[in-house]
Design a protein around this ligand. Structure first.
Ligand code: ADP
Ligand code: ADP
Length: 232
C-alpha cells in the first residue's frame, strides 16, 4: 500500500526567470517505510516536503497523499488532510512563542473534534513520550534547541498521523539530543508510521530504509539500505 505517490511532478516558481524547483519527479512511498531525502541546497528538498505536507500544490503532475490527489483539493480540505494524515516537523520548529510547551503540542487538535480535557491529556502523553513532561509549562524561549525540537516533534505526532515529515530534524542539535530524536523516529517507524526525513547528514539518512538523492529538481538515484539491524 502506498502512503505518498508522486507522478511526474513539476513545481515551477515564476519570479522573473522560471525556476523548476522540481522537474519530473516520480516516487512511491510505501506505507510504513522510512525514506531519507538528500541533495545539495536548492535541489528541491523543501519543495518536495511542502507538496507532500499539503502546504502547496504541484504545477504539473500528481501528488497523492493518503489516497487524495492534493491538486484537486481546496485550501480547506488540504488543511484538514495536513492535520490528520501528515505531521510536519519544521527545521525552524515554528512553535508559538506565547504558548507553553503543552499548549503548543495541543494546538493541532484544535482543528479536530476533540474536547479540551482530552486535548490536554493527549498533549501531556506526547510530552511524556519525548521526555519533556516536566517542561509542560515552559515557553519556547525557556527551552533549549533540543527541547524545542522535541516539542515540535510531539506536536507533529499529537494527531497520530500516518506520515511524519521532518525537514532537517537534527540541524541544530547536539549529538545526544540528536540521538534521542532519531531514536524516537525509529520508535514511531517501528509502530508503523511512514517517515520522510530531509537531511544533509549521512548518518541521519542511514537510519532510513532508503535514501532518495535529489539533484536540480530531479531524482538522481535511489539508494536502498539494508536496514536489517545495521549493527550486524
Ligand atoms: P534549505 O537549503 O535549508 O532548504 P533554503 O534557503 O533553500 O534552505 O530554503 C528555505 C525556505 O525558503 C524553503 O522552504 C523555500 O520554500 C524558501 N525559498 C527558497 N528559495 C526561495 C526563493 N528564491 N524565493 C522564495 N522562497 C524561497
Ligand atoms: P532545497 O530545500 O533542496 O534547498 P528548495 O526546494 O528550497 O531546495 O528550492 C529549490 C529551488 O526552488 C531553488 O532554486 C529555490 O531558490 C527555488 N524556490 C524554492 N522556493 C521558492 C519560492 N517560494 N519562490 C521562488 N523560488 C523558490
Amino acid at each position: 500500500e502506498t502512503a505518498v505517490s508522486l507522478s511526474n511532478v513539476r513545481k515551477t516558481y515564476r519570479i522573473g526567470e522560471p525556476v523548476h524547483a522540481l522537474d519530473g519527479v516520480s516516487l512511491e512511498v510505501p506505507r510504513g517505510s522510512y525514506t531519507a531525502i538528500m541533495g545539495p541546497s536548492g535541489s528541491g528538498k523543501s519543495t518536495l516536503m511542502n507538496l507532500v505536507g499539503c502546504l502547496d500544490t504541484p504545477t504539473a503532475g500528481e501528488v497523492v497523499v493518503g489516497g487524495r490527489a492534493i491538486g484537486d483539493l481546496g485550501d480547506r480540505e488540504r488543511t484538514r488532510l495536513r492535520g490528520t494524515e501528515v505531521g510536519f516537523v519544521f527545521q525552524t520548529f515554528n512553535l508559538m512563542p506565547r504558548l507553553n510547551a503543552l499548549e503548543n503540542v495541543a494546538l493541532p487538535q484544535l482543528f479536530q473534534n476533540v474536547g479540551r480535557a482530552e486535548r490536554r491529556e493527549r498533549a501531556r502523553d506526547l510530552l511524556e513520550r519525548v521526555g519533556l513532561a516536566d517542561r509542560a509549562d515552559h515557553l519556547p524561549n525557556e527551552l533549549s534547541g533540543g527541547q524545542r525540537q522535541r516539542v515540535a516533534l510531539a506536536r507533529a505526532l499529537v494527531n497520530d498521523p500516518a506520515i511524519v515529515l521532518a525537514d532537517e530534524p537534527s540541524g541544530n542539535l547536539d549529538t545526544d539530543t540528536e540521538a534521542d530524536v532519531l531514536d524516537l523516529f525509529d520508535e514511531f517507524h517501528a509502530a508503523g508510521t511512514t517517515m520522510l526525513v530531509v537531511t544533509h547528514e549521512r548518518h541521519v539518512a542511514e537510519r532510513a530504509d532508503r535514501i532518495v538523492h535529489l539533484l536540480d529538481g530531479r531524482i538522481e538515484r535511489i539508494e536502498e539500505l539494508d536496514g536489517a539491524g545495521s549493527d550486524g
